[in-house]
Design a protein around this ligand. Structure first.
Ligand code: PGA
Ligand code: ZN
Length: 428
């Protein structure tokens, strides 16, 4: 693909804060991509470049200047080649020079462009890339007895191929109630989620009905940053009780939370509803909640720099529920490999903007699969209308997708894209 133009601009995200959108054009075709922005960001994430006034003017200038100079007028054979060049051009370990937001806007646009050029849906192009070019939905080769000399090579290859992602529909991790920094700490934990299993179209029917039902029960309450309800309760258990009622009523559902515990950690303890908890006390609380309620997963149960506490909880609860790393692992392949050695978690949240390129986000997925863990693809609390994360989730065969609540159109668009993918898959 010969790149004719690359141009970026500022657009507002769902919180009205500026973010980066880029358009890449070649011949008669052009594609656009925009990047989301987090609020409860992990300190080990790639660097989001913002100016002192909160704008992304320098990030935009870096796309229109250095990145465009490096790409425009050149021919590329893959999106990966473009990502490699962007990583080299930035030259830092955390994308602090050009900005992860600047780089990711171009990286997503490049991925979209190569899908368009190949004439395949975006999710399929991502599936092929994540599967190391071995093709979409290619099953593990049958174990026909290989010639003795090749036996060990075949065994290694089988092990590798089993650990690669295969495209499939993700479970919905749909945000019903917002707390933490996404709702001025009206609730202590950041996200109260209903996990809905099954085909996207069936899961969405349940989602709409259950979301409306909770709305009726809560009455008039504000919405949080991620399009879930933001009610206030007196006790820690009340949101769990409400979700447990929905689980009773709707089949194929369970409860997930994102504790986002880095945000709860002050003065050497976790602060919840005016009470201080040590890591051990918080562990005891999680165990009690898991006993009492149908809990599927807990994300970031402890602060980002408390890996030992993660490992302890995973040893205690990891056979029953998913313990998901977000701020802990920040979509960074090296951090995920470290976490695997220490068995800190058993699932990883994958957010492309935590690492800054699609290439590295896919490497993070591959590192997660190699550990035998699950991936949950995720949006950010500040979103745009870009639905890339839906194609990404499907393409990497994510176990789940977090795309927010139904109270905000930018979140609903991700689910609508998943519904469209469900139909595209049937015609492939
Ligand atoms: P963030 O929240 O986008 O504000 O980081 C999402 C999450 O913590 O999963
Ligand atoms: Zn999180």
């Amino acid at each position: 693909m010969y790149i004719d133009t690359l141009v970026a601009r500022t657009i507002p995200d769902t919180r009205g804060r500026p973010t980066v959108e880029a358009t890449l054009a070649s011949g008669a075709h052009s594609v656009t991509a925009s990047v989301p922005s987090g609020k409860s960001t992990g300190s080990h994430e790639a660097f989001e470049l913002r100016d002192a006034d909160g704008s992304v003017a320098t990030a935009i200038a870096n796309v229109n200047g250095e990145s465009a100079s490096a790409l425009v007028g050149r021919d590329f054979t893959s999106a990966d080649e473009i990502d490699k060049l962007l990583i080299e051009l930035d030259g830092t370990t955390n994308k602090s020079r050009l900005g992860a937001n600047a780089i990711l806007s171009v990286s997503i646009a490049a991925q979209r462009f190569f899908a368009l050029a190949k004439g395949v849906p975006l999710w399929k192009a991502i599936a092929e890339r994540a599967n190391d070019g071995k093709g979409f939905l290619e099953s593990v080769p049958s174990a026909a007895t290989p010639a003795p000399a090749f036996r060990h090579v075949r065994a290694e290859r089988n092990a590798l191929e089993k650990s690669l992602p295969v495209a499939s529909a993700p479970r919905l991790f749909l945000n019903f109630m917002n707390g933490g920094v996404h709702a001025d700490f009206k609730l202590p934990f950041q996200e109260y989620i209903l996990v809905i299993e099954g085909k996207t179209s069936d899961a969405m029917m349940i989602a709409r009905e259950a979301f409306a039902k909770l709305g009726e029960r809560l009455g008039s309450v504000p919405m949080g940053d991620e399009g879930g309800y933001a009610p206030t309760f007196d006790t820690l258990e009340q949101p769990f009780e409400l979700l447990a009622e929905l689980v009773k009523e709707f089949p194929h559902t369970s409860i997930a939370i994102d504790a986002a515990a880095s945000e709860l950690f002050h003065d050497d303890a976790y602060q919840l509803l005016g009470k201080s908890y040590s890591a051990d006390e918080l562990s005891a609380l999680y165990r009690e909640l898991v006993e009492r309620f149908p809990i599927h997963s807990i994300e970031d149960p402890f602060a980002e720099d408390a890996p030992d506490d993660f490992a302890k909880l995973t040893a205690e609860l990891g056979k029953r529920i998913l313990i998901i790393g977000d701020d802990l692992t920040v979509t960074n392949p090296a951090r995920i490999k470290d976490a695997a050695v220490r068995k800190e978690i058993n699932a990883v949240l994958i957010k492309p903007n935590q690492i800054g390129t699609v290439r590295e986000a896919i490497q993070a997925v591959q590192a997660t699969c190699a550990a035998g863990w699950q991936t949950i693809a995720s949006h950010r609390s500040g979103e745009t209308a870009d639905t890339f994360i839906a194609d990404f989730a499907y393409g990497i065969g994510a176990y789940g997708i977090k795309a927010g609540g139904l109270g905000q159109k930018e979140r609903v668009e991700k689910y609508n894209r998943l519904l469209a993918i469900e139909q595209e898959v049937k015609t492939m």
